[in-house]
Design a protein around this ligand. Sequence first.
Ligand SMILES: NC(=O)c1ccc[n+]([C@@H]2O[C@H](COP(=O)([O-])OP(=O)(O)OC[C@H]3O[C@@H](n4cnc5c(N)ncnc54)[C@H](O)[C@@H]3O)[C@@H](O)[C@H]2O)c1
Length: 262
Amino acid sequence: MFRGIPYTKVSGAFDLTGKVAIVIGGAGGIGEATARMYAAKGAKIVIADCKDTCQEVAEAITKDTGAEAIGIQTDVTSQESVDALVAGTVEKFGEINILAAMPGFVDLYRAEDIDIACIEKHININAIGVFRACQAVANQMIKQEKGGKIVCVTSQADFIAINKHVGYTMSKAALVGMIKVCALEWAEYGINVNGVAPTVVNTYMGEKAWQGKVKTDMIEKIPAHRFAETDEIAAAVLFLSCDESNMITGEDLVVDGGFTIY
Ligand SMILES: NC(=O)c1ccc[n+]([C@@H]2O[C@H](COP(=O)([O-])OP(=O)(O)OC[C@H]3O[C@@H](n4cnc5c(N)ncnc54)[C@H](O)[C@@H]3O)[C@@H](O)[C@H]2O)c1
């Protein structure tokens, strides 16, 4: 048993050869882009998502990259489902080295109108659901005694107030607090826990929240003058998933084209 996050000499290759990575929210959007980038770096992939297309996405990744990949349909609001994800991954690949946790839900209401059930739904998926997955995977990593990497996708909403995002912001702010405490507590097991905080990304969720005038106004406010693409967020998640970032833990890395500079 070691204590802390050990030094490993790195080359800048961001190599994941032989690592077993679970990507929750992996059946599309940023999650699928992350899984594909992990696969290209040599990882074995488990696509986990509440959608029933996990196995399909896994097979497409194997076909395109040659990486071993499986799909396990998972709902992060269910303990049974998350436990089955961990058990299924260990059964197939023997261990878990990386968790990228990015299931996400957003619904837009002003703070005076949103009902409490909608706030609870945000928190149940985006905060408690992500914690449930982090806890289950961390316990497996602790048992393995080899350390590990946990990366959660948070949001620019952690840093700046955004209209009609009160439920989403409450859930993502809770997630940032969770990342810091878990990073502090799990460093002694060699586990890094970090967040990646994107601006608007061109995905289903990005399009749901940003249409018409709010979209053009938002692009105007981003110094890069565009929304992000999924591979740009996946690249940040990859960095926080490999040995090159061993000395970074408890961080929430902003990928926002400068939106929160001000
Ligand atoms: N797109 C953006 O503009 C944006 C900006 C900042 C942060 N994010 C965050 O990025 C992450 C990925 O989102 P995306 O943009 O790729 O959108 P997306 O809608 O394509 O992906 C979210 C995925 O989460 C899955 N999911 C939802 N509830 C789940 C549950 N209970 N259990 C398991 N999976 C569940 C969905 O099925 C979906 O595949 C989310 O956490 C989101 O909050 C997105």
